[in-house]
Write a protein that binds this ligand. Structure first.
Ligand SMILES: NC(=O)c1ccc[n+]([C@@H]2O[C@H](COP(=O)([O-])OP(=O)(O)OC[C@H]3O[C@@H](n4cnc5c(N)ncnc54)[C@H](O)[C@@H]3O)[C@@H](O)[C@H]2O)c1
Length: 254
């Protein structure tokens, strides 16, 4: 174990090889955190775990988990408790799904799933680990919102996604107020367009158009989001709570 490894970060949605979750887990490991990677995609998260174990001298645990399923989240908590990892000091809620359907076309099933994964999943995972943070005397929760929440729909995902990601901002503010008494901070990140595989079916032409529409002229890299997650989890960021950190290349300036 790396001599500096004193805390564990739990990262959801870490099973996509080009995704924000794996980039975030990698950055925690680079900075000496032990890491628990979780994802709905069992093969993907196992592969991500193997990559980190190979590249970094920190403890790594890779577990399948559906963040929208309380039993699945409970199983992760039990596996972490049964491990010899250091105390959980950070939860990085990254798992999420898009929702390209327009308001009039959206089925109730799609609505429920988008809310369940993006919003309820963040609630369940944070609620499962915060008691340990209170006990250990250190805690950071970083949730994933989106610029879509700020301007009400985007180029790819629409109203259902905007509602779920706006819910994440409310969840973040409420948790920040309630958990401040324990010294636990809670913040959200609201990215613009990030270069990952989330936009299933988007072709090269569309991706070029998305990049051109960003004032900085390019999409965000996953490692840029990862750096923000890890910094918000640091001791240096201990006086920042209840905020939504925009990282969008100037797409939405408020
Ligand atoms: N890429 C973007 O442009 C962008 C912009 C703003 C916000 N976001 C948000 O960032 C997060 C990461 O997205 P990404 O771009 O890396 O996408 P991605 O599709 O590469 O990664 C998302 C990961 O979440 C996992 N996942 C899906 N449902 C899950 C569930 N129920 N339980 C656990 N894991 C589940 C997927 O298997 C996948 O590995 C998402 O919350 C997304 O909404 C992305």
């Amino acid at each position: 174990m790396n001599a500096q490894t004193q805390r564990t970060a739990v990262v959801t949605g870490a099973g996509s090889p080009r995704g924000i979750g794996l980039a975030t887990a990698r950055r925690y490991a680079q900075e000496g955190w032990a890491v628990v990677l979780t994802d709905l995609n069992q093969a993907g998260v196992t592969q991500s775990g193997d990559v980190l174990k190979n590249d970094y001298d920190v403890p790594v645990l890779a577990l399948a988990c559906d963040v929208a399923d309380p039993d699945s989240v409970r199983a992760v908590v039990e596996a972490v408790a049964a491990s010899d990892l250091p105390p959980v000091g950070a939860v990085a809620n990254v798992a999420g799904i898009p929702s390209p359907s327009s308001f009039l076309d959206m089925s109730l099933d799609e609505w429920n799933r988008v809310i369940a994964v993006n919003l309820t999943g963040s609630f369940l995972v944070a609620q499962a680990f915060v008691p340990q943070m209170i006990e250990a005397g250190y805690g950071r929760v970083v949730n994933m919102s989106s610029v879509t929440a700020q301007h009400g729909g985007g180029v790819f995902s629409k109203t259902g996604y905007a509602a779920a990601k706006a819910g994440v901002i409310g969840l973040t503010k409420g948790m920040a107020r309630e958990l401040a008494q324990y010294g636990i901070t809670v913040n959200a990140i609201a990215p613009g367009v990030v270069d990952t595989d989330i936009r299933v079916g988007s072709d090269e032409d569309n991706e070029k158009k998305l990049s051109a529409a960003v004032p900085l002229g390019r999409q965000c890299r996953p490692d840029e989001i990862a750096a923000l997650y890890v910094w918000l989890s640091s001791e240096d960021a201990g006086y920042i709570t209840g905020t939504t950190q925009s990282i969008n290349g100037g797409t939405y300036v408020c």
